[in-house]
Design a protein. Structure first.
Length: 487
């Protein structure tokens, strides 16, 4: 949150040309409304997941969460043969649950891919305990409420509800709750694809770790479906020095050299870029915006982009990330004693690389930005292995739109948010979709979660989710899962 050749233009993800649909149609199909009793169950699942620490830390344990969900499925009557708890590490076990087709399946399965790990959160940084599920002022607070235990809980509930109702699809439906998407040595999606392909092989993957509805002061502006994503890369920047006594300072100071380099990065403008996905996104969005923003969006779409317009739009961080590679310092460590000159100063620089560029290419760009041969710039893998060079891997190619995905997705989105255009987007982060895409399985990112543009708190302080947004995601996934599963 990608295969070789697109049978239709990626712009067809707007669903007019390839699918014969009108993305802004206001025709609606009434959705079943989740009952009060079922909402209580769905809330309890969400609460349980939030209150299990699944960070990649000594305090975190993914297996505690997957085991808790395994128990819910087995208690509900799922066959143990359809509930698999497995993984390469005792604390990082993945859960794969299957609703089997009635009789012999007529089509390959559908996988719903949900990572269950979360980014570390410190109690001292938050106004509430990040690992306590708090409902306040129309929001649910807690680490993972946006990324992505909301969708984990919604799909656990959906699978439980379908089983209770005796639903028998024409194809198998698979829910994979996985470890270490946010970092760590035991990425569950990668491991399952490589070691247990039979459990997760599918016609396509729906990954709710991306996509969703953008709100502007409560107004649904656009529904994003992830079509491609940036490449995630970390780099270790190190300055070393012979050190010495702090009473005899010298100009050659490792901390100063490192901070000088980072200050250069802070003001470096990576080049403005667009691709077919981002061009389609801003074309569709321009029709929903007004005033200067709408004019600027149209101005960047011409044969020669108006860079002044791009600069104005870049003041919005999410737009800026759609226009270019971004690199930012995220961690610092330096020195060994208060009364000694630092012998080492080190920073982590995290980059989200625009499709078409590789981690090694960007490593070379960083070396050029710093222009200091006393610094080293090394690549850090997802497993934390530091290397002198980085991979040449580039972003995955967007898959062709599949009608059986986008027809119900568009129709149900219209039922929940009438008149909202459905458009392809480039995910500014990265997701586990890459592992399925590399295996030749198309992946589409959509969460059915509506958030205000300026309230994206994933990985940040006081992460929260509007309560109403969670209820709508339950209604969406129940109907969507039945649509793609068939009867």
């Amino acid at each position: 949150m990608r295969q070789k050749h697109l049978s239709c233009s990626v712009a067809a993800l707007a669903l007019a040309a390839c699918l014969g649909l009108t993305a802004t149609s206001t025709a609606q199909s009434p959705l079943p409304t989740t009952s009060a009793e079922d909402r209580a169950l769905a809330r309890s699942i969400f609460k349980e997941l939030i209150e299990i620490n699944t960070t990649d830390t000594p305090q975190g344990n993914v297996t505690n969460a997957t085991t808790a969900m395994q128990k819910r499925f087995l208690d509900a009557g799922f066959s143990p043969d359809d509930v698999h708890l497995l993984g390469p590490d005792a604390r990082k076990m993945n859960l794969v649950v299957r609703i089997k087709a009635a009789g012999t399946p007529t089509e390959k399965p559908v996988v719903f891919l949900c990572h269950i790990d979360v980014v570390q959160a410190l109690r001292s940084d938050w106004h509430t305990d990040p690992f306590e599920f708090v409902e306040k002022d129309g929001y649910y607070y807690g680490r993972g409420t946006q990324d992505m235990k909301n969708s984990d809980a919604a799909l656990v509930f959906t699978f439980l509800r379908l089983h209770r109702e005796g639903y028998k699809p024409r194809r198998d439906l698979i829910l994979a709750l996985t470890a270490d998407e946010e970092g760590g040595q035991f990425n569950g999606a990668d491991w399952l694809v490589k070691q247990h392909r039979d459990l997760v092989d599918a016609a396509f993957v729906i990954n709710p770790d991306s996509g969703g509805v953008e709100l502007d002061h409560g107004r649904a502006v656009v529904a994003d479906v992830e079509a491609t994503e940036k490449v995630y890369s970390d780099y270790q920047i190190t300055a070393t020095n012979r050190g010495g006594h702090s009473s005899v300072p010298r100009p050659d100071n490792a901390i100063y050299e490192l901070t000088t380099a980072l200050n250069k990065l802070a003001v470096y403008p990576f080049p403005f870029e667009m691709n077919e996905v981002t061009r389609t996104y801003f074309k569709n969005l321009a029709g929903q915006e007004t005033g200067q923003s709408a004019a600027d969006m149209r101005a960047i779409l011409g044969p020669t982009a108006d860079l002044a317009a791009a600069a104005r739009l870049s003041a919005e961080p999410s737009f800026n990330s759609n226009f270019r590679t971004t690199c930012v310092a995220t961690r610092l460590a330096a020195g060994h004693a208060n009364n000694a000159l630092p012998q080492t100063a080190q920073a982590n620089v995290n980059c989200r690389i625009f499709p078409g560029h590789s981690p090694e290419e960007i490593r070379q760009v960083l070396i050029g930005i710093f222009a200091d041969d006393k610094l080293t710039v090394k690549y850090v893998s997802d497993a934390g292995v530091v290397a002198d060079t980085a991979p040449e891997r580039k972003a995955m190619v967007p898959p062709a739109p599949i009608k059986e995905v986008f027809e119900p997705l568009t129709r149900l989105t219209q039922a929940l948010w009438p008149g909202t255009p459905v458009t392809p987007v480039m995910e500014n982060g990265a997701s586990d979709s890459i592992y399925f895409a590399q295996a030749g399985i198309p992946c589409y990112g959509y969460s059915a979660i509506a958030l205000e543009r300026d309230d994206d708190r994933a990985h940040g302080q006081d992460e929260r989710l509007p309560v109403d947004s969670y209820w709508k995601s339950l209604d969406f996934f129940y109907s969507f899962t039945k649509d793609v599963g068939g009867e």
